[in-house]
Design a protein around this ligand. Sequence first.
Ligand code: 13P
Ligand code: ZN
Length: 275
Amino acid sequence: MKRKYYQREVIKMSCVMDVAEILDLLYKHGWDERNGGNLSYLLEEEEVRDIVKEEVTLKTFHYNFDLTPLIGKYLIITGTGKYFKNCLKDPSNNLGIMKVTDAHTLSLLWGYDDGGRPTSEAPTHLKCHIERLKVDSKHRIVIHCHPTNVICMTHVHDLDSAHWTKDLWKMQTESIVVFPEGIAVLPWILCGGEEIGEATAYKMKEYRSVVWAQHGLFCTGRSIDEAFGLIETIEKAAEIYIKICDKKIYQTISDENLQLLAHAFNIDYRKGIID
Ligand code: 13P
Ligand code: ZN
């Protein structure tokens, strides 16, 4: 009874529902098995007020790197060990709303009802937010997922970012339109730590999408749609690559065709890849 009432209340929390819905969709695409993947989304203060009338710190979480650029900001962050498939039916156990209250502290204002804590990839998420905000003041979201074909590609393709960018651009016409800055690729690095967070955030100075070899993908954007659209387009291009990479190729999109496309659509694409 209490739970039913609670879920009705949640419906009013549009930012929570927007996040829960996209997590559900990511799960349904098969990109977030078990607890695979995590998400963090910068919230506007008004969005938080719809959910948290009065700010009461329920718990604090400490990080030993500098969060100063995020102080005062609110984020919704998936909990560690949580399954994306459960978020829509049970948001308050799986998600938390946090405020960055000082240079090393996230304060929980809502969620993690069963005693959870932020994703183990929080260092990467937080560092990526800091870097993306430096280059794009409208940046809002970081999504990490485990898309199958992207991971397959990291087994059979070299890990050079320029080579990945060129090959993915050539897989389908839309690729260069959707990720004109290209895609960055990192070698296998231990996940969940600061080293991989640093390496990912460094790439995020120039890219919105970073591949982790034999692990998955990080995509960022100004909106849920933008980050999700990047994931969909990159995974689709990787799927095409995996389906044709061992076949005889009769024709492909030439460098000149890509340049023509970029010119026609006024796309400012990364230079040095196809020219
Ligand atoms: P979390 O359950 O801590 O979010 O970890 C999932 C994951 O994908 C690790 O890279
Ligand atoms: Zn992962």
